[in-house]
Design a protein around this ligand. Structure first.
Ligand SMILES: C[S@@+](CC[C@H](N)C(=O)[O-])C[C@H]1O[C@@H](n2cnc3c(N)ncnc32)[C@H](O)[C@@H]1O
Length: 252
């Protein structure tokens, strides 16, 4: 039997097929995505995205890459915190971008946020063109992650930051049982009923549980060439902010 190329919770055998299934899935739930996001996190996702944008620290007037931008909540927060910057909002699920565009790209934001349909494994951006990069709840979906890290590294300017927001496993023992119950039972139940996509929120729970812990993710970033890697746990490790920097070039 031929060994599948990837270990995907979508059941796909190849990375390309995985990407297609993930894009289709987010395309199907796009209309409900924002509502469910805020409802399932009790509104805390707004604070998490605020912290992510705060850590990005782009140079004034620079371009920031928001990969897996979805409905562009992070892109909007980046522009709010850095009004002199522009944001390249990239995602391969067009309905997510369109939904965000219709709801959020008003009041002049459309002049500074540029939604583009693109795969994070092959960014349509020049080398060393981005002053910072963010990805919120997206890296978990990309296989292999190393392709995305390599692309982040390529497009970032030397000294610029990559900031990743992602679920953790809930490090405190007291939370663990509760968190697993939430992931295994409540999330799929609520998600299925509201989004109308049986499976999408089960996929979410499975990918959260199999995602590498914060130390392993830090090692992946170092292996990809980044330095000054650190993480900040939020809500007892249910969510982590990971920060990494592309090294400055040697003066000599
Ligand atoms: C959970 S949503 C996060 C959206 C947004 N960043 C937020 O904070 O709400 C994940 C997004 O990642 C996108 N995505 C997954 N794999 C991707 C890839 N390889 N390239 C581009 N986008 C991808 C999906 O289409 C989806 O919109």
């Amino acid at each position: 039997m031929v060994k599948p190329e990837c270990d995907s919770h979508t059941g796909a055998d190849t990375h390309d097929e995985h990407g297609k299934r993930v894009a289709d899935m987010f395309g199907r739930i796009a209309g409900w995505y924002d509502f469910l996001n805020h409802a399932l996190s009790g509104g805390l996702d707004i604070y998490w995205r605020y912290r992510l944008a705060k850590a990005a620290r782009p140079e004034s007037g620079g371009m920031v890459l928001d990969l897996a931008a979805g409905t562009m909540d992070v892109s909007v927060e980046l522009l709010r915190q850095y009004p002199e910057c522009r944001v390249a909002a990239l995602d391969f699920a067009l309905p997510m971008l369109e939904n965000g565009k219709a709801k959020k790209l008003r009041k002049g934001r459309e002049d500074s946020i540029f939604p583009v349909q693109a795969d994070g494994r092959a960014l349509p951006l020049p080398d060393e063109s981005m002053s910072a990069a963010t990805i919120a709840f997206g890296i978990r979906n990309i296989l292999p992650r190393q392709d995305a890290y390599a692309e982040f590294f390529r497009v970032l300017k030397p000294g610029a930051r990559l900031c990743i927001l992602e679920f953790g496993s809930g490090s405190k023992r007291v939370w663990k049982g509760l968190y697993n119950f939430y992931l295994d039972k409540m999330l799929p139940f609520i998600g299925d009923r509201i989004s109308g996509d049986p499976g999408a929120y089960r996929y979410l729970a499975e990918t959260i549980k199999s995602f590498p812990n914060e130390r392993a993710l830090g090692s992946e970033l170092l292996d990809a060439g980044f330095e000054r890697v650190y993480n900040v746990p939020m809500m007892s490790g249910i969510v982590y902010l990971h920060v990494a920097q592309k090294p400055l070039k040697d003066a000599g």
